[in-house]
Design a protein around this ligand. Structure first.
Ligand SMILES: [Zn+2]
Length: 139
């Protein structure tokens, strides 16, 4: 991941390109209550939209997450609270970092090491894992 210093304003997205990786530009875009990290394919047309996105409450947390993220081997960055895309990103060489690439809920919390979501008490991903655990003990 190559971070851009200073970031480059992008008038189409009304945000800033903060980093580049293989095949993607990564932008920080201010939204109503969020800062969104947006992944746009370098060969995308202006109306194609983003391929990937994650929402942060704080622009500094977004920048810090981008600073330590290796998108070639890590599926998603850290520290976000919402994944607005339906598809979960899979890194091209994800097998190189299986510990990092464990399953997460839609709010970014690892499902196997947390007992609750931490963002939403009714998180559907934790509810389904609780149901699964309850049905296992009932047998
Ligand atoms: Zn959750």
């Amino acid at each position: 991941m190559k971070q851009l210093d200073p970031p480059i304003p992008d008038p189409d997205w009304q945000g800033h390109v903060i980093a580049e990786s293989t095949g993607f530009r990564w932008l920080a875009v201010r939204q109503l209550f969020n800062w969104r990290l947006v992944g746009v394919a370098v060969d995308a047309e202006p109306m194609d939209g983003a391929t990937w996105g994650w929402c942060y409450t704080d622009p500094h947390a977004l920048a810090a997450a981008v600073g330590i993220w290796n998108p070639d081997v890590q599926d998603e960055p850290l520290g976000w609270h919402k994944r607005p895309t339906d598809t979960i990103r899979k890194a091209p060489r994800r097998a190189e970092d299986p510990e990092y690439n464990r399953a997460r809920c839609i709010h970014g919390n690892y499902i196997d090491t947390s007992t609750a979501c931490g963002h939403d008490p009714y998180c559907p991903d934790f509810a389904s894992s609780r149901r699964q655990a309850a049905s296992m003990t009932a047998r």
